[in-house]
Ligand binder design. Structure first.
Ligand code: COA
Length: 262
């Protein structure tokens, strides 16, 4: 039995497990606790032979996840930034290497680390009002949970550079054209459509699905591992710069000011 979680919810429905990121008041921003709990939930799911498919989504109507919790970034040093990068990479690699298919049901914003999590899934269904992007550059940082590698792999280098280097956000329909998501559905159909896809996957032999997934993923793995190491190195390096710290602190102080004004 899994322990009760603070930042996620899990629900088993027949042969499918739903993992829901559950900090809706913070647009499901991913903090250290959530990373750890996600990892534990994935472990539990991996060991459960009755589970044949996993769905990851976000609580509420507004966000799948708005990315890494920015309030945890401003104190990072070169060393702890590298640790955080490696931890996120490890958890999202757990998603990618899980022996069962994983579907992302993108119910709103999927930004930064939230997009990176969706990219680690095997399939991405998006609500028509979802918005996807990698705005880290605006904080003076780069995606560090596998985003630089997976985004380029999925949409190609040119689109990855547009999203990461310009911080452009794209709506679901554009994401579909880019191959960033597999299907776009009305918000009230997202759950049913995701379940239908999970159901189709559950009908196929688990071993064949596992090997298909691993074979496809392992094709680019050698350069991917190298890319992940470089991503960590560069992310940590940015925490030695003044501008990164200033941009993160400015985001936080604007929020605090907003709270004070209320
Ligand atoms: N980390 C921590 N908190 C976050 C967050 C994040 N990545 N994204 C949103 N939040 C919090 C906000 O601070 C706010 O909290 P508050 O109500 O206590 O002030 C709450 O979630 C709601 O967000 P808010 O900004 O008020 O909603 P919005 O609709 O005006 O804007 C976004 C939505 C997604 C455009 C905006 O929240 C945003 O730009 N978030 C940061 C995205 C980002 O840079 N992600 C990459 C991080 S590395």
């Amino acid at each position: 039995m899994s322990r009760p979680y603070e930042t996620i919810k899990t629900k088993k429905e027949q042969t499918t497990t739903w993992i829901t990121l559950n900090r809706p008041h913070k647009l499901n921003a991913i903090n250290a606790t959530m990373l750890q709990e996600l990892s534990e939930a994935l472990d539990t799911t991996e060991k459960d032979n009755k589970v044949r498919c996993v769905i990851i989504t976000g609580e509420g109507k507004k966000a799948f996840s708005a990315g890494a919790d920015i309030t945890e970034l401003h104190k990072l040093t070169h060393k702890t930034a590298a640790e955080l990068s490696r931890k996120g990479q490890q958890v999202f690699s757990q998603v990618e290497t899980l022996s069962k298919p994983v579907v992302a049901a993108i119910n709103g914003y999927a930004l930064g680390g939230g997009l990176a999590l969706a990219l680690a899934c095997d399939f991405r269904l998006a609500s028509i009002d979802a918005e996807l992007g990698s705005p880290e550059i605006k904080l003076g940082i780069i995606p560090a949970w596998g985003g630089t590698q997976r985004l380029a792999k999925i949409v190609g280098v040119a689109e990855a550079k547009r999203l990461i280097m310009l911080g452009d956000r794209v709506k679901a329909e554009e994401a579909l054209k880019m191959g960033l998501v597999d299907k776009v559905v009305p918000p009230n159909k997202l759950e049913a459509e995701t379940e239908a896809l999970a159901q189709r996957l559950c009908e196929y032999p688990p071993a064949a699905l596992k090997y298909a997934k691993h074979a496809i993923n392992s094709g680019t793995q050698a350069s991917f591992e190298y890319g992940l190491k470089k991503e960590t190195e560069f992310f940590a390096q940015l925490f030695l710069t003044k501008e990164t710290k200033e941009r993160i602190e400015s985001f936080i102080s604007q929020r605090n000011k907003k709270e004070g004004d209320c």
